[in-house]
Ligand binder design. Structure first.
Ligand SMILES: Cc1ncc(COP(=O)(O)O)c(C=O)c1O
Length: 391
């Protein structure tokens, strides 16, 4: 359907019931070998990344998921990967060579930082980390050999909102490729290609899958030229996702709009409630009007997901453990984006090299799940009482 709105795309993209006996959901193709009827057909398929010629290169299942994400994000085409980190490394490896310099935001997801500062460095690529709030000032860091500028907005621990269009414009003038980790916003709340970004990476593991039961990544490209290079390199690397995980990703998309609206509403309710608590020093949530990133968020985003953070007043590690160990609804785990609420202590100061992270109290990240918001607040209230009692 032409000009379909995001919820309509989410409901129908990548599905074609008429070619499948009218069955609403597409079948899951478990495939390695693909047979060709003739030598001519085999030769023809040998030159294309669009068709189906070998399981690793693409199946109707991977193509259905990829076309749905690309349509949703308004990109040219997508490439799926076995995890979000796999999508990040595939994207980076496709565009760098020995001797290149890349710029990576200091707020970047930790394993992405490690890949850039360890593996890429060993391959002769210099990764320089930059202040996420640098905006157009990134110009002074550009070098003749700067090939990639990597953004993540907001950062998934510290929630700084980047001036994406300003950074992308500088990179474009300098001939560098811009990549963004768009996992927090999803294509529903931030559209990277409208802001000049070349390539958008997602940990589909989070909101796309949405049920904490699969690892999946996807990269969308803004142009055919970039897609061709990315796909050719993904094929060289052997990047491909498992069929059942791809199916779970596609199925997750069907409800992602509805889920995200609830994650947003509950996240904002929790953030607003926590903000007024005496145990809390500050909330890091760009949709709150007094957040330092709020103006940029309002300008560029159409919503907020359910992930945010808070800085507590100075409490001991023992008091924080009393708070977190006793939570009944909030689970403690490294992921987010599923239907369930999560809570996690973290230490941003250990992850910075270009900037210094300043906080006087412990940092806690929360993911607002789909439970009743009153029940979640009651769980937090009991937790904060334990925190205060243990100090
Ligand atoms: C912002 C962000 N990007 C990428 C990833 C990596 O995704 P995956 O765990 O699927 O490799 C994560 C995982 O937590 C993440 O939070």
């Amino acid at each position: 359907m032409k000009n379909a709105k995001p919820d309509t795309i989410l409901t129908h993209a990548g599905s074609d019931p008429r070619s499948n006996h009218g069955i609403v959901n597409p079948p899951v193709y478990h495939a390695s070998t693909v047979l060709f009827p003739t030598v001519a057909a085999m030769n023809e398929a040998g030159h294309s990344f669009d068709g189906v010629r070998y399981g690793r290169i693409g199946t109707p299942t991977s193509q259905a998921f990829e076309s749905a994400v690309a349509e949703l994000e308004g990109g040219f085409k997508a490439v799926s990967a076995p995890s979000g980190l796999g999508a990040i490394t595939t994207a980076l490896l496709a565009f760098v060579s020995a001797g290149d310099h890349i710029l990576v935001t200091d707020s970047i997801y930790g394993p992405n930082r490690l890949f850039c500062s360890d593996m890429l460095r060993r391959m002769g690529v210099e990764a320089e980390f930059y202040d996420p709030l640098i905006g157009a000032g990134i110009e002074r860091l550009m070098r003749p050999n700067t090939r990639v500028v990597f953004l993540e907005s907001p950062g998934s621990l510290t929630f700084e909102v980047q001036d994406v269009p300003a950074i992308a414009a500088v990179a474009k003038r300098a001939g560098a490729i811009t990549m963004i980790d768009n996992t927090w916003a999803t294509p529903l709340f931030f559209r990277p290609f409208d802001h000049g970004v070349d390539l958008s990476v997602h940990a589909a593991t989070k909101y796309m899958v949405g049920h904490s039961d699969a690892m999946l990544g996807v990269i969308t490209t803004g142009s055919e030229e970039i897609w061709k290079r990315l796909k050719a390199n993904a094929v060289q690397l052997g990047t491909c996702a498992g069929p059942d995980d791809l199916y779970l990703g596609l199925r997750g998309l069907r409800t992602m709009g509805t889920r995200l609206r609830q994650h947003q509403e509950t996240g904002l309710a929790l953030a607003s409630w926590l903000k007024d608590r005496p145990e809390v020093a500050r909330i890091l949530h760009p949709a709150l009007p007094d957040d330092p990133g709020h103006a940029l968020w309002r300008r560029d985003f159409t919503g907020a997901s359910g992930l945010f953070a808070m800085e507590l007043k100075p409490y001991s590690a023992q008091a924080v453990a009393a708070f977190l160990d006793g939570m009944e609804l909030f689970g403690m785990g490294y992921s987010w984006g599923g239907y369930e609420s999560l809570i996690l202590p973290f230490h941003p100061e250990k992850l910075r090299t270009a900037t210094r992270w300043k906080s006087d109290g412990p940092m806690i990240r929360l993911h607002a799940g789909l439970e009743d918001v009153g029940d979640l607040i009651a769980d937090l209230e009991r937790g904060l009482a334990r925190l205060a009692a243990a100090s």
